[in-house]
Design a binder for this molecule. Structure first.
Ligand SMILES: *Cc1c(COP(=O)(O)O)cnc(C)c1O
Length: 408
């Protein structure tokens, strides 16, 4: 159990287990699990999918899983008979206990476990506009693993977790998410640090893939349609990969789900690339900035384009007003608060219903990628993370870290 080989998607050749890139191709890598049949383990949260996670151990205190339930409220509003909702967030009444309230929690736990398994005491470096940083800070604080976060200054007020902060160094970056990534990349190349890898990280993708696994178990089959709001599209790739594994298992049907990926226009490079349209000018403000990634893994082998083609999928361009209305409709009909990003997915589902891309009786999975923050505030103690330094250039970050002002 827990056995796997990491292979290049382009030619299937094995590569060393902790690689993020193929030496020969511009291609994603993928875990090829020895178990072709999903056998649930008696572990908590996502760890019950241990056979299809690239780990050889678990972090029992982290790794809360997604939940899947059949919608009544929203389904009635949209006239759908078989609408299922995967909820990543905090909603204890339905059994959802993800501490930082987004599906980034699904990625952080297996990534931190894998970091442990490298055995070289590297410090993980993560650049994030918000949700990813919180998810990784939460797990690092639980396990005591050192972590360095690069977060745009504007996102600093959103940096909270639900446990006492651990060995986490928070570097605020003057500028946007793109500037944070650029500075993080400089630091990652120094000895002793490792990049988290984004879409290239198989632990991230297979952690997110548990959304599809949980849904397939609940439904007894692979859904016909999968809706998600995307920035990088990693969750879409993950859903496709999980569905391929389920197909091979044999018990969940022989068709892939159609991917319906939603972006927030005008900051929507995946949408414009898929539609072969000239992109509009980007705006500084958007409905949810976690959905803006300027360099999504679109054309790379095994990336978003391949996932869309393989599943006969589509991409939706949703404007702020549509997303805000859809978010309200969801909150009123399902009675839980959600983040702005999944509002974009709900708007795409509405469009798909209106245009006949999904039919009344189709089996649909809507991924609500984050929610329950208001609900969590009622129950949980939130600890805010304070920046250790705010930088505008990478040299300042490197100097600060070299001086060991943080934890070394
Ligand atoms: C990151 C994020 C997304 C987009 O995820 P992808 O990496 O593009 O799959 C959607 N919703 C929320 C809440 C997120 O945090």
């Amino acid at each position: 159990m827990g056995e796997y080989t990491v292979r290049c998607v382009s030619d299937g050749k094995p590569v060393p287990a902790f690689s993020l890139v193929c030496p020969d191709h511009d291609s994603l890598l993928r875990a090829d699990y020895t178990s072709k049949r999903l056998e649930l383990k008696a572990f908590p949260g996502i760890w019950r999918f241990y056979d299809w996670l690239p780990v050889h151990g678990i972090i029992p205190e982290a790794g809360e899983g997604p939940i899947t339930y059949k919608s009544r409220g929203l389904a009635a509003e949209l006239g759908l008979k078989d609408l299922y909702i995967s909820f990543s967030g905090y909603w204890p009444e339905r059994g959802a206990h993800m501490p930082t309230c987004s599906f980034k929690d699904l990625e952080a736990a297996p990534t931190m476990q894998r970091l442990r398994e490298r055995g070289d005491n590297s410090t993980l470096v993560v650049a994030s506009a918000g949700n990813t940083a919180r998810a990784f800070a939460q797990v690092a604080s639980q396990t005591g693993q050192p972590l360095i976060l690069f977060v745009p200054e504007g996102a600093l007020p959103r940096m909270w977790i639900t446990v006492e902060p651990g060995p986490v160094t928070l570097v605020g970056v003057k500028g946007d998410y793109y500037d944070a990534i650029t500075i993080a990349e400089k630091v990652q190349s120094s000895p002793g640090y490792v990049p988290e890898g984004g879409a290239r990280n198989i632990a991230r993708r297979d952690g997110m893939g548990t959304v599809m696994l949980d849904a397939a178990l609940k439904l007894g089959r692979i859904p016909q349609h999968y809706f998600q709001a995307v920035g990088s599209g990693t969750g879409g790739i993950a859903a496709w990969e999980a569905a391929m594994r389920l197909m091979r298992d044999g018990r969940f049907g022989s068709d892939l789900p159609k991917l319906h990926l939603a972006q927030n226009v005008p900051n929507a490079p995946i949408y414009f690339a898929w539609k072969c349209k000239e992109p509009d000018a980007y705006t500084a403000e958007m409905f949810d900035d976690v959905l803006f990634n300027r360099r999504p893994p679109f054309g790379i082998a095994g990336g978003v384009k391949d996932a869309l083609e393989a599943t006969a999928g589509d991409v939706y361009g949703i404007c702020d007003q549509e997303a805000a209305d859809a978010k309200r409709l969801f909150e009123q009909s399902e009675e839980i608060d959600i983040l702005n990003a999944p509002g974009v997915a709900v708007a795409a589902l509405e469009q798909a219903v209106e245009t006949g891309k999904v039919l009344q009786g189709d089996i649909i999975l809507l991924n609500i990628t984050g929610g329950g923050v208001a609900r969590a505030r009622e129950d949980l103690n939130l600890y805010s993370l304070q920046p250790d330094i705010i930088v505008s250039q990478w040299e300042d970050a490197v100097k600060f870290l070299e001086e060991g002002a943080c934890f070394r």
